[in-house]
Write a protein that binds this ligand. Structure first.
Ligand SMILES: [Zn+2]
Length: 265
């Protein structure tokens, strides 16, 4: 059985997949590798030179060549893929790939993967303490250089910070049972804190066990593979916090405006 979900799209492979992570294609899935090597679609991504998102297309140079042989790429060796920003075609990004024995690996790129991915996390500095925001960017930086286990340690600390933040908030309530909380395992703690924690975290408690497993049992490559998924999980949790913050702000503003209005009418 093949599992297409395990293979990255061209965009994922170029923009998000850490350097040196090996993607191995089974015989039946070689076509999916061909679609990366000869990719010719457009995609939306951050352009550091525009300092915003833009649409990128492949830059083929003078010789555009697309092979339709699914297995034609499997021992191609080292080659380049260049993409350009369609807002200004001088804005280019270069990727160095290596294809050997049915595997694809990204072995170099400019701009760095951290630069391409950090733009989208800047907004989280609003809901993460400075220290943990820095750890989030460190995690992304480490994963982009092929450090899997190390990046997991930072993600785990951020996860634990989110739990502790809710713990501090709820423990001031009268009905709080600190002893029971202390004795509880992490998934039980999440349950106890569920009123305060983002829904996504409560529904996906398994994230923590993947994170702690990573540190003890998973290989560097396993951690690198799981990194984008766990990162998205943490981003969803932080997105929920931003949403909540915006709603509270809007409510406070509306209340104030309403009070001012009623005092004049
Ligand atoms: Zn651009």
């Amino acid at each position: 059985m093949t599992n297409i979900k395990n293979y990255p799209s061209s965009q994922k492979f170029l923009i998000e997949t850490p350097l040196y992570e090996v993607v191995r294609y089974e015989d039946a899935d070689l076509e999916l590798g061909r679609q990366i090597v000869y990719f010719d679609e457009i995609f939306d991504s951050y352009c550091p030179e525009c300092n915003s998102h833009s649409i990128f297309e492949r830059s083929w140079g003078k010789h555009k060549y697309i092979s339709d042989d699914s297995a034609g790429w499997i021992n191609r060796g080292v080659f380049f893929i260049e993409i350009k920003c369609t807002r200004d075609r001088e804005h280019r990004q270069l990727f160095v790939l290596k294809a050997v024995d049915q595997t694809l690996q990204k072995i170099g790129q400019f701009p760095s993967i951290a630069e391409l991915n950090l733009f989208d996390v800047k907004k989280y500095s609003k809901v993460l303490e400075k220290k943990y925001f820095r750890e989030l960017t460190k995690a992304i930086g480490l994963a982009s250089h092929g450090v899997g286990v190390g990046s997991f340690v930072y993600l785990r600390r951020i996860f634990e910070f989110l739990i502790e933040e809710s713990h501090v908030k709820l423990s001031s309530e009268q009905s709080w049972d600190e002893e029971a909380y202390k004795r509880a395992r992490m998934n039980e703690k999440i349950e106890i804190l569920s009123a305060e924690l983002p829904d996504f975290l409560v529904e996906n408690k398994s994230m923590y066990s993947i994170l702690s497993k990573g540190i003890h049992e998973l290989s560097e490559n396993d951690c690198l593979k799981a990194f984008p998924i766990i990162k998205i999980g943490i981003e969803i949790i932080l997105d929920e916090k931003i949403e909540k913050l915006n709603k509270e702000k809007k409510l406070a503003e509306a209340k104030k405006a309403l009070a001012e209005l009623s005092s004049t009418i």
